[in-house]
Design a protein around this ligand. Structure first.
Ligand SMILES: [Zn+2]
Length: 450
């Protein structure tokens, strides 16, 4: 058979075949050169570590909006691709020189100066939603024992008169800018703080207003019914910014090549691939959030001011730290999904042959440590895809682009694009009974950042 006829037949047969196997048009292959271009731009020193509400993050946001435009997304912010997040720089509080202040190694942001506030431990989730450890054993008994002893301590302290904060904590203190804890009479570091509304910006002197934005674009759905359902694909583009170099001329930029420039690149490349492979049935919103490292500020603002009513968002798919392979997930090209056991999303994607496995380090509670948890606590089935292998460059100046494995990252992005295509055109994921995380208490905070 002449080569040309063979190609034609294959070309004609291929879609029919994939239609049987995969009922949706598979996106073209992720483009390694484009992935590298985007990653090297975002993790470059000129982005100044993309600290929230800094010039560096403004540069990054401009770059991202421009890329979304180039890909052909429809803008979905309140100002083009930008969703403005009102922030200001509070006046630094004077160092608390009182005995209580000096002894207090862990001042709580927003807490009363020098007062030690204790928080209630969070009850472990039902056993049915708990991931299995490497030997297949349940983590629940250990978590329950830990919870019981923490609760006993909490109640004893409350009885002793310590100031209690009844709102359970979710990871605060593990993210955020370095230098939060004070030793001796150090003035707490003033950092950009979110205002309740855009209108409140007018109450702040101009010089203390800070520019912060989420970058949001979308591909409208084509199905007359399903177009009203939304898949939210997100990452956080902010990182830790800069600090004074330890030695003259030393490194001063937290480039955050893995955290989370890698996930932000994935969102852009997935948008490009989905845009090229035919309009999806459901609407897909692509969002690069700000303020994750300082407490999910951008995501919480998006949740309070969503591009679509939260009830229309049927799934959240976050990508976080996919720059390096994780041997526990099976090595290069393989990724894990946080909270896999909680909903049908993981198994559904696996059935389509996508290289995704359950979270390989369940004791790290990654499910509650990134933007997805803000959405999940509002009932939206939301998980994070990652290949973070606990490398020691995490939140260090050394999280640089020369440590990124672009073949691995490109392969994971391709899996991500396939996953989003199925979420947009296939069945929507559902929580397993009793496995959607507890909604935050009224006025409660979201979780902390990673
Ligand atoms: Zn991160």
């Amino acid at each position: 058979m002449k080569y040309r006829t063979l190609v034609l037949l294959t070309f004609l047969a291929a879609p029919a075949l994939s239609a049987q196997l995969k009922p949706v048009p598979a996106p073209n292959a992720a483009d390694r050169a484009n992935v590298e271009r985007l990653e090297r731009s975002l993790a470059h020193d000129s982005m100044e570590g993309r600290g929230t509400a800094t010039l560096g993050s403004t540069k990054a946001a401009r770059f991202l909006a421009n890329e979304m435009k180039k890909v052909g997304l429809v803008s979905a912010g309140d100002s083009g691709f930008y969703q403005r997040v009102p922030m200001f720089m509070p006046l630094p509080r004077p160092a608390d020189t009182s005995a209580a202040g000096r002894g207090n190694t862990n001042p709580v942001p927003g807490g009363r100066g020098g007062t030690r506030v204790i928080t209630a431990p969070r009850a472990p989730d039902p056993e049915a939603c708990q991931p299995r450890d490497s030997r297949g054993g349940s983590l629940y008994p250990a978590q329950k024992t830990a919870y019981d002893s923490l609760m006993r301590m909490y109640l004893a302290r409350a009885a002793r008169g310590d100031t209690i904060d009844s709102l359970p904590v979710g990871g605060r203190g593990r993210g955020g800018a370095p230098g939060g804890g004070g030793r001796g009479a150090q003035a707490p570091v003033a950092r950009p703080t979110r205002l309740p509304s855009l209108a409140d910006l007018d109450t702040v002197p101009m010089e203390r207003r800070r520019n912060a934005v989420n970058v949001v674009g979308m591909i409208p759905g084509s199905d007359p019914v399903l177009k009203n359902e939304v898949i939210l694909v997100l990452s956080h583009y902010d990182h830790l910014g800069m600090r004074a170099p330890a030695t003259p001329g030393g490194d001063s930029v937290f480039n955050g090549a893995d955290d989370d420039a890698a996930g932000t690149v994935a969102v852009l490349e997935i948008a490009r691939l989905l845009k090229k492979s035919g309009s999806p049935k459901r609407t897909i919103v692509f969002a690069n959030m700000t303020g994750e490292e300082t407490g999910l500020i951008g995501t919480n603002w998006f949740i309070a001011h969503p591009a679509f009513p939260l009830t229309q968002i049927v799934a959240g798919f976050e990508i976080e730290m996919i720059g390096r392979p994780d041997s526990l997930a099976g090595g290069p090209g393989k990724a894990w999904l946080t909270g896999y056991e909680r909903s049908t999303m993981g198994d559904m994607l696996k059935q389509y042959g996508i290289a995704i496995v359950p979270d390989v380090r369940p004791t790290q509670s990654f499910f509650t440590r990134s933007d997805n948890i803000g959405l999940a606590r509002r009932g939206i089935v939301a998980h994070t895809l990652s290949t973070f292998n606990l490398h020691t460059d995490y939140h260090q100046l050394s999280d640089d682009v020369d440590k990124v494995d672009f073949d691995h990252m490109t392969a994971v992005i391709h899996s991500g694009a396939e996953a989003v295509r199925h979420l947009a055109d296939g069945p929507k994921p559902e929580w397993h009974t009793g496995c959607s995380p507890q909604a935050p208490a009224q006025g409660g905070r979201g979780a902390g950042g990673r």
